[in-house]
Structure formats: structure tokens, C-alpha cells
Design a binder for this molecule. Structure first.
Ligand code: ADQ
Length: 496
């Protein structure tokens, strides 16, 4: 029997970067899913072969490992019960609400936790199987928080990193979790932990200090009972700037964006929202502000219109079904009151679109509304910026999105403050083009410099030097990985 292949770089994520699609002849084929993580990995995997461990998206037996565009894919099987308990349950109905400020209440069920443990163990076994001696292992996100310690136990030779795509909650919220100690101990199996914002890393370090009684110094935690140190710091994720910029400049994208505007009746102002249909995204707050602006005759169709794209998401979790009903009811009410024949006030699209169509929508939109109540980063904000090669458009951005800590030249808003949100939307509409172009130029500079390729390189760079190197750069007094300009919004506080 041939030896199983092993790799120097192993990525583990809940999902593999491919989707199963049925061909018309009934055969199944795999299609690369277009997410930013895949682009980031391609950029670091081009000079070394890598493996990706993840679920293939269908309950039941896992397909055999296979190769796709140079990446070795190692599927992990999940039974239907495990999808329910580990994924929909513990990941999306326990951790997700706790990590997002309990916008909806979290559910705690011991059998969900057992499934989470069991599935994390299965992921760890798959990682161990494909990792070469001394490999770098990069574990993604909140679904796999126990994997770092499980991998370390079996394979002390490998370097282990974990990246948190969502916020890490303040200790007061995190402490509600009955399994808080196991989660912290799971994460402390890593050498380096990456977060979207400095505040997230600090929340983690503080949780270790207060709940595990661990010794901490700035961004470093000493694992209790050992002298091993783990670093936790901010490495904010980004988008494939060059790829999106190129896509937006294509004549067919430009033509499609004109066509979109024409089919909407050539409004003076086209506003756009693009979100996964999730209660963290502040879609209701946005619709409420829009509704009031219409009601007060400050704006109205056909001059101003709103396109809201809401991608279906987690529809088997009750909070998401309720949210969908609420949003669809609100959209119906707004259109009933303010729509005209051929000119609805809200164009609501509940399906996903190819990249090309997304780029055309971004290019068509005069005002992009990104108003989450809490969001790890929010890639939509950065994608919009990357597509606006023409320096057109205006970005309304919530202070509660990780992106706000990097993108300073936006129309910043607090989505809870409906009156303030309305004023901000009006300002985004009425600010002179010259000023908006200046803002967009600054935003594009930031995203171009900090693209997803750089994010991956920075994460792996930090993983390579952690934890032997001192975490403070003696020449500047700054932490490695913290850009001075990322700190300024945080330093100004959330009260501006
Ligand atoms: P998400 O919560 O999924 O990600 P976000 O960062 O906005 O949020 O990414 C959504 C992605 O889906 C974007 O790339 C967007 O273009 C795409 N998308 C949305 N609607 C779509 C549609 N109708 N059709 C096609 N594509 C659509 C989590 C965290 C975020 C963090 C990311 C990455 O919650 O805070 O930014 O991970 O770390």
C-alpha cells in the first residue's frame, strides 16, 4: 500500500473550499468555492504543497481524499446528527451568539457540547494524519477551538496557529459558557492565535488571566502548569484586492453595472446592502432608518432606491428563520407604503450571486450600507472598496465591524442610534463627489496595502516566530502585527 501523503502546510476549516455539484448527467463534480480564504491559501501554497482538512458539506460518509488545483483535500465526515449538534447547535446557536454580544440568547445543551468535542477530535486526527514532521498547521475559526490542543498532544513537533474570524467576547460574556475552561485550554494548544482586532486578542488574554489564573504579559499567555508561552494578537483579514479590482474594470462588469441601474429606473441614488441573512448584520436597523427617511419624505423612489441582497444562511436554526420572516415582512410593509408601480422602495434578493454580479452591484451602488451590530471584520466593506477603481461611491460603516478599525475614511455609524444612522445616510448621499473621491482613494490605498495575500503571509510569519521571539519590538515599543494606523480608531474610543 502506498504511504499516505503528508504536507508541510495543513489548513483545517469547518468547510473544504469546494462544493459538490450535480452535473446534468447525474455525475457529481467538485467546484471551487470562491471565498477569500481560498485565494489567501493559494497565495501561500504556490511554492509549497498544502493540504486542507474540512467537511465536504453533505451529511454522511466522506468522499476519499482528492486533489484540486494543487491542494490536497482531506474530507472529514459528519453524520446528520453531528451537523445538527456540532454545527447548527453548538457552533451556531451556542458560540455564535455568545461571541456576538448575545444579540439573540445563546442555547446551552450538553449533547451539543459532546458532539463538538467528538467532531473536533475527528478533525484533529485528520490533521495529524496529513501533517509532515515539523509542519505548520493553521486551524480556522470558532468551530474548531479544541483542535489546537488535540493536535499538540499527538504531535508536539508541529507548529500550530489558529485564526478567529469572528469577535472574541469580553470575559463577562465568555464566562457564561459552561465549557469555558475547555475552550481556553483547547486554544492554548496553539503557538500563535490570530484575531481580527486588538480588542479581541485582549479579551482572550484577559479570559485566560481571570478564568484560568494564567500568567499573562501584554499579548502573551503562559500556559498554566508549563513554561510554554502562546501569543495572541491582531492580524485582520482582507480581500483579494488585485483580483476584485481587475474584475470590476472588465468591460462586461461595467456594462452589467449600467444595465442594473437602467433596470432599476436610473435612480439618482442607488443604495446597496449585501449580507448573509444573519441577526448580527443589522439589516433590521438599516431598514428601520430607511423606512423613517421615506416616511419623513427626506428621500423616496424613484430618485432613491435600495437593493438589499440577503444570502440564505443557517435556515435550520430557529433564530434565523424568525429573522428572515421579520425582514421579509418589513420589506413588504415598506414597499406597500412607499413603492410605486415599476419603482419599489426596496429590491430584496434572497439568493446568492456569482462574483461577477457582486462586482457589478458594487460598481453600480452610490451608497454601500454596512451596518452590523457586531462583526468580526466584514469583507463586504472591503470588497466594495476594492471594486471602486473609479473612486465613486460612499461607504457607510458600523463602528461595530472589525473593518471600522482599519477603514477610517468612511461614513461611520452606530446602527443602534437610528436617528444618527439616518443622518449618516443623508450625509453619504449629499457629501460632494470631490470629497467622496478623496475618501475612496484613502480607503483603496489601505485595502490595496493590506490585502488577503498579505494577511496570510503575516499570519504565517507570526506563527513562525512565536513564541521564541520577544513580543515587543524594542525599536518602536509596538507589538508585532499591530499597525500604528489600526490603533487610532480604537484609541479614539467608540464614542466619537
Ligand atoms: P461572514 O459573516 O459570512 O464572515 P462577511 O465578511 O461579510 O461575513 O463575508 C461574506 C461574504 O459572502 C463576502 O465575501 C460576500 O461577498 C459574500 N456574499 C454575501 N452575500 C452574497 C450573495 N448574495 N452572493 C454571493 N456572495 C455573497 C465571517 C465573519 C466576518 C469576517 C469573515 C472573514 O462573520 O466578520 O469578515 O468571516 O473572516
Amino acid at each position: 500500500m502506498p504511504a499516505r501523503p503528508t504536507f508541510d502546510l495543513v489548513v483545517a476549516a469547518n468547510r473544504l473550499p469546494v462544493d459538490q455539484v450535480a452535473r446534468p448527467d447525474g455525475d457529481i463534480e467538485w467546484q471551487r468555492s470562491p471565498g477569500g480564504l481560498v485565494t489567501a491559501m493559494e497565495s501561500v501554497m504556490h511554492d509549497q504543497a498544502g493540504a486542507w482538512v474540512g467537511w465536504a458539506g453533505e451529511a454522511g460518509a466522506a468522499p476519499a481524499p482528492f486533489e484540486d488545483s494543487g491542494i490536497y483535500l482531506r474530507p472529514v465526515a459528519l453524520s446528520a446528527e453531528e451537523v445538527r449538534d456540532y454545527y447548527e447547535g453548538f457552533s451556531n446557536d451556542t458560540l455564535w451568539p455568545i461571541y456576538h454580544d448575545v444579540i439573540v440568547p445563546a442555547s446551552f445543551h450538553r449533547e451539543w457540547w459532546s458532539a463538538y468535542e467528538k467532531v473536533n477530535r475527528r478533525f484533529a486526527e485528520a490533521v495529524v494524519e496529513v501533517a509532515a514532521p515539523g509542519a505548520r498547521v493553521w486551524i480556522q475559526d470558532y468551530q474548531l477551538q479544541l483542535v489546537p490542543a488535540l493536535v499538540r498532544e499527538a504531535r508536539p513537533d508541529v507548529r500550530i496557529g489558529w485564526f478567529d474570524h469572528i469577535p472574541f467576547p469580553p470575559v463577562g460574556l465568555f464566562a457564561q459558557l459552561p465549557w469555558r475552561l475547555q475552550l481556553l485550554e483547547g486554544l492554548l494548544g496553539a503557538d500563535f492565535l490570530g484575531f481580527q482586532r486588538r480588542a479581541d486578542a485582549q479579551n482572550f488574554v484577559r479570559a485566560c488571566r481571570e478564568l484560568l489564573n494564567a500568567k499573562t504579559q501584554r499579548d502573551t499567555v503562559t500556559v498554566p502548569g508549563s513554561d510554554r508561552r502562546v501569543r495572541a494578537s491582531a492580524v485582520p483579514i482582507s480581500v483579494d484586492f488585485a483580483g476584485l479590482d481587475e474584475l470590476a474594470r472588465r468591460p462586461e462588469t461595467i456594462a452589467r453595472s449600467r444595465e442594473i441601474r437602467t433596470s432599476l429606473g436610473d435612480p439618482k441614488v442607488l443604495m446597496l446592502g449585501v449580507d448573509r441573512l444573519d441577526y448580527t448584520k443589522g439589516i433590521q436597523h438599516r431598514l428601520k432608518a430607511y423606512h423613517e427617511l421615506l416616511d419623513e419624505h427626506r428621500i423616496g423612489p424613484p430618485e432613491v432606491t435600495l437593493v438589499q441582497v440577503a444570502t440564505p444562511s443557517r435556515e435550520r436554526v430557529e433564530a434565523y428563520r424568525t429573522l428572515r420572516d421579520e425582514i421579509e415582512q418589513t420589506v413588504g410593509r415598506i414597499n406597500g407604503e412607499f413603492g410605486q408601480i415599476g419603482a419599489p422602495a426596496v429590491h430584496y434578493l434572497h439568493h446568492s450571486h456569482p462574483r461577477e454580479e457582486m462586482a457589478a452591484l458594487y460598481l453600480a451602488a452610490d451608497v454601500m450600507l454596512v451596518t452590523p451590530l457586531r462583526d468580526g471584520m466584514n469583507l463586504v466593506a472591503k470588497e466594495y472598496v476594492a471594486c471602486r477603481y473609479d473612486l465613486g461611491g460612499a461607504l457607510v460603516l458600523s463602528e461595530f465591524a472589525g473593518a471600522w478599525h482599519e477603514l477610517h475614511q468612511t461614513f461611520a455609524c452606530n446602527p443602534h442610534d437610528i436617528e444618527g444612522l439616518k443622518q449618516t445616510i443623508l450625509r453619504a448621499i449629499t457629501t460632494p463627489d470631490k470629497e467622496k473621491r478623496r475618501m475612496m482613494r484613502a480607503l483603496r490605498r489601505r485595502v490595496a496595502d493590506h490585502d488577503v495575500q498579505r494577511w496570510a503571509a503575516r499570519f504565517l510569519g507570526a506563527l513562525d516566530i512565536a513564541p521564541e521571539r520577544p513580543s515587543l519590538d524594542p525599536s518602536t515599543g509596538h507589538h508585532h502585527g499591530d499597525e500604528p494606523d489600526m490603533r487610532s480608531n480604537e484609541a479614539r474610543g467608540m464614542t466619537q
